[in-house]
Design a protein around this ligand. Structure first.
Ligand code: GLV
Length: 389
């Protein structure tokens, strides 16, 4: 067993232990993967201001996201098919998040259902929703999230049609896995994954199967999304969903200041600056690069969160110092889950927490609430040259 000190270490184990098609599903972006890659490489362009001889005792990374106490402002992002990265993956990740004191967001496209996650956790989690053509499904799933005492609804706005990820097509991604020769050869080395999967009954999209009408092929995410996601989603519909839900609403997938203002107008409690991990509009700005302009436009009026590209506590610090009130990790926790199940998610959170805490101290700060642009060295063109006219 290698010594694990970074998210990259967890990623390497994830790659070794999980069937290729699920590892690739997580570790891919759409088309050329430019935005997927720039989500991480743009973080590297921002440098930190080292400060010395500052009393660094009594440090705290604790804060709040939409009024909920968090041990650090890092939530687990909604990730589709998490229960295929490891048996019962959503339950294990939710439990790890709960123990660590950070929010867990359950995807509509999860393997473990809302009810299953609620039955296996004791604190409220957040539920992520895709707007569907089947309005009865939307009403019912919102009611199910209310019944499960979910404390926020995260409505995704950037995936009404699915961006193409070449690897998923080439791998023949399907749930369950089809018994083709390449898949069987791959599975022959994934005994750990198979042994855990053999012990669970949760191997289908738990929020969907048995709850939605007129779907011809649930095994293919692309066919399913094309058939059931509502391409007509607009701001009026967002308002209706907000009314139906009646609780804290987080709008995910905002990458433009104009859309951030629209989100503000419909009364979002928070927005997530996000390009869906580079999985949708290839060629869009990285999230960290899009963040400053959105903060400048609405940051004093609505809580602004961000996701995309965070693989370390230094990345979290950079997003917070730019002005984000919260961040999300997707792949970083999925690497932990694929590598080692629940303890792997805890490990990912520990790594990021330690990096955030140490980086904060070496920047001369003792509380995440005090982080600001004064802690950063941002290239002059980082925001400016990308603005639309
Ligand atoms: C679903 O959210 C995906 O990006 O595959």
């Amino acid at each position: 067993m290698p010594t694990i000190t970074t998210i990259q270490d967890l990623k390497d184990l994830h790659e070794r232990r999980v069937p290729r098609m699920f590892y690739d599903y997580a570790e891919s972006g759409s088309w050329t993967e430019q935005t997927f890659h720039e989500n991480t490489t743009d973080f590297e362009k921002i440098r930190l201001r080292q400060r010395v001889a500052v009393d660094m005792t009594g440090r705290s990374t604790a804060g709040q996201m939409i009024g909920e106490d968090v041990s650090m402002p890092v939530a687990l992002a909604p990730v589709g098919s998490t229960g295929m990265q490891h048996a019962d993956g959503e339950i294990l990740a939710a439990q790890a998040a709960e123990a660590f004191g950070v929010p867990f967001t359950l995807s509509t496209m999860s393997i473990c259902s809302i009810e299953d996650v609620a039955a296996n956790t004791s604190k409220p989690f957040w539920f992520q929703l895709y707007a569907m053509k089947d309005k009865r499904f939307v009403e019912r799933v919102i009611q199910r999230a209310k019944d499960a005492k979910c404390s926020a609804l995260v409505l995704t706005l950037d995936l009404q049609i699915l961006g193409q990820r070449h690897k998923d097509i080439k791998n023949g991604l399907s749930i369950p896995i089809r018994p083709t020769v390449p898949n069987l050869i791959d599975l022959a080395t994934k005994w750990r994954w198979i042994a855990a999967m053999a012990k669970t009954k949760r191997r289908q999209f738990g929020n969907i199967v048995g709850h939605i009408d007129g779907i011809s092929d649930m095994s293919s995410l692309s066919i399913w999304a094309a058939e059931s996601f509502d391409p007509k989603l607009n701001w009026d519909e967002v308002k209706e969903i907000k009314k139906m839900w009646g609780g804290p609403l987080i709008l995910k997938g905002i990458l433009d200041a104009e859309d951030a203002k629209m989100a503000l107008n419909v009364g979002a409690d928070a927005i997530i600056v996000s390009n869906h991990g580079g999985r949708q509009l290839d060629g869009a700005l990285s999230s960290i690069r899009a963040l400053p302009a959105i903060l400048d436009a609405v940051g004093d009026k609505v809580e602004v969160h961000m996701d995309g590209g965070i693989r370390s506590g230094q990345d979290v610090l950079k997003a917070l110092a730019l002005g984000a009130k919260g961040t999300y990790i997707g792949r970083a926790f999925v690497h932990g889950l694929g590598a080692m199940g629940g303890p792997g998610v805890t490990k990912a959170l520990e790594i990021i927490h330690k990096e955030l805490d140490t980086t904060m101290a070496l920047c001369g700060e003792t509380n995440v609430a005090d982080l600001g642009r004064h802690n950063l060295l941002v290239p002059k063109d980082f925001e400016g040259q990308w603005q639309s006219p």
